[in-house]
Design a protein around this ligand. Structure first.
Ligand code: FES
Length: 83
């Protein structure tokens, strides 16, 4: 099954990419100023970051190394937003 979005906030990576490009966001922290995302379970954070960096909007489940790499580039991701 492909990973295509943030389930907790019902946001697709297509929407992530559109918003990130519109506001020139370079990480998840910046994106959260414009889109309610990644603030609950946090499992989507590395995928959202990779979407911002590469433009890819559909993924296989990431390996641990990629999760660590992209999570480390996501900035100070805010938690506890509304669903
Ligand atoms: S899947 Fe994005 S915060 Fe849970």
């Amino acid at each position: 099954m492909a990973v295509t979005g943030c389930i907790c906030f019902n946001q697709t990576f297509v929407e992530v990419l559109r918003t990130a490009r519109k506001f020139s966001c370079t990480n998840v922290e910046q994106l959260q100023s414009h889109l309610e995302i990644s603030a609950k379970c946090g499992l989507c954070i590395p995928y959202v970051q990779q979407t911002i960096e590469t433009g890819v909007t559909e993924f296989a489940v990431m390996n641990e190394a990629d999760i660590q790499y992209y999570s480390s580039r996501a900035g100070e991701v805010r938690k506890g937003g509304r669903e």
